[in-house]
Ligand binder design. Structure first.
Ligand code: NI
Length: 168
């Protein structure tokens, strides 16, 4: 089922998500919905809190249309190693019509569980490393715009307010 993606400035996006303690049928259904919602958007990543569920689960697929799907489901993901710096443009399904360059680590190692509850380690660089950092941020109530300089963030907030006023 495609779920509604919450958008800025919905306060639900600012809440910290809780670890998954047991993977149940409900977890699997949630993940199915997350994946369906992400592909339908379309987006390259989605975190459970973006659909209002505050559990530490992320879905990522950075493959483009010409490639076969390459879906990653990470439950309770933790960055155990990070190195280097990158500064790439990011967008977010929860922050529509806005993109900005964000300072991130260029490479990360992430540990977590897959949907079977097996421990997994993902070694990522480039776009995938950025996606892991972006999605894990969502689990801690952070959006990519929270990483911008004060000046850039104020510009974004003004733009968002103006867009909201125009919607009325
Ligand atoms: Ni996002």
């Amino acid at each position: 089922m495609i779920r509604t993606i919450l958008t800025y400035p919905n306060p639900e996006l600012k809440k910290k998500s809780s670890p998954v303690t047991i993977i149940t049928d409900a977890t699997r259904e949630l993940v199915r919905d997350m994946v369906e919602t992400m592909y339908a958007a379309p987006g390259v990543g989605l975190a459970a809190p973006q659909i209002g569920v505050h559990q530490r689960i992320i879905a990522i697929d950075i493959s483009d249309k010409s490639e076969p799907p390459d879906l990653i489901i990470a439950i309770n993901p933790v960055i155990v190693h990070a190195e280097g710096e990158s500064y790439e443009e990011e967008g977010c399904l929860s922050v529509p019509s806005y993109a900005a360059n964000v300072k991130r680590h260029a490479g990360v190692i992430v540990k977590g569980l897959d949907l079977d509850g097996s421990e997994r380690t993902w070694k990522a660089d480039g776009l995938l490393a950025v996606a892991f950092q972006h999605e894990i941020d969502h689990l801690d109530g952070l959006l990519f715009v929270d990483h911008l300089s004060t000046l850039k963030r104020e510009l974004f907030q003004r733009k968002a307010r103006k867009a909201a006023e125009e919607m009325q």
